[in-house]
Design a binder for this molecule. Structure first.
Ligand code: HEM
Length: 191
C-alpha cells in the first residue's frame, strides 16, 4: 500500500494524540518497516491494521471507529495531494463517478505496485448512487470514512447505508444519498 496512506495515518494520530502519544504507538507496534514511512514508499497494509488496533485504546474508540475516523481524515489528505481531481467539482457524486475509472486507474498506472480497491459506481437517481467496494484488504470502515470526508468536503449532508456482500467484508455495497447542501462550498472544512 502506498506510503501516503501511512503518513496520513501518522498525521491523524499526531492530531488526535499529540506527538508523544503518537510516537508511543509507533514504538509499541514494533513494525517490521520500522515505521519511518515516506509518501513515495510501499508498505504492507497489515502494518496499518496493526497501528489502528494499537491506537484504539488511546483514542477511546473501537478499531472500526478509528478506521472510519481515519478515512474522513485521509479524504482531506488525498484532496490536498491531488487537486487535479477536485478542481471544478461541485458534488460528491461527480467525484464518486471518477474513483474507479479515473483516479484509482491513474494511481495504478503511475504506481504499478499500488493495488487500489475496485469501487464500481452505479447511479440510481440524481441524488442516490451505489458504490460497490471490493478489496482483499476489507477496509470498509475506511471506505465509509472516505465517503463521509467527501460529504464534508463538498458541504453535502449524506445518508449512507452499507451492506456486506460476504462474511469477510471484501465486498460491500454502500448506498449514498445526497440530502442537501449544508452551506456554501468553500475552503477546507474542519473534520
Ligand atoms: C471518495 C473518494 C475515494 C474513495 C471512497 C476511495 C477509497 C479508497 C479505499 C477504501 C482505499 C483503501 C485500500 C483498500 O480498501 O483496499 C483507497 C486506497 C487508495 N486510494 Fe482511494 N478513494 C478515494 C479517493 C482517492 C483519491 C482522490 C485519490 C488520489 C490520488 C486516491 C488514491 C488512493 C491510493 C493511492 C490508495 C492506496 C492504494 C495502494 O497503495 O495500494 N483515492 N481508496
Amino acid at each position: 500500500m502506498r506510503g501516503i496512506i501511512f503518513t496520513s495515518f501518522l498525521d491523524f494520530l499526531e492530531t488526535e494524540l499529540g506527538l508523544i502519544g503518537s510516537e508511543r504507538i509507533i514504538i509499541q507496534a514494533e513494525l517490521s518497516s520500522g515505521g519511518a514511512y515516506t509518501t513515495v514508499g510501499f508498505y504492507d497494509y497489515k502494518e496499518l491494521l496493526q497501528l489502528i488496533t494499537l491506537s484504539s485504546p488511546a483514542l477511546n474508540a473501537t478499531p472500526n471507529k478509528v478506521s472510519q475516523k481515519f478515512g474522513a481524515y485521509l479524504f482531506h489528505t488525498l484532496a490536498a495531494s491531488s487537486p487535479q481531481y477536485f478542481d471544478g467539482k461541485k458534488s460528491c457524486m461527480e467525484l464518486f463517478e471518477m474513483i474507479n475509472d479515473v483516479i484509482h486507474t491513474e494511481v495504478k498506472s503511475l504506481y504499478p505496485e499500488a493495488n487500489p480497491p475496485q469501487i464500481h459506481y452505479e447511479r440510481v437517481n440524481p441524488s442516490t448512487a451505489l458504490l460497490h467496494y471490493q478489496s482483499h484488504r476489507c477496509l470498509g470502515d475506511v471506505m465509509l470514512g472516505l465517503i463521509e470526508g467527501a460529504g464534508n468536503y463538498f458541504c453535502e449532508s449524506l445518508e449512507i447505508h452499507r451492506k456486506k456482500s460476504n462474511e469477510t467484508g471484501s465486498k460491500e455495497v454502500f448506498t449514498v444519498i445526497v440530502l442537501h447542501k449544508t452551506k456554501k462550498q468553500g475552503a477546507r472544512n474542519p473534520i
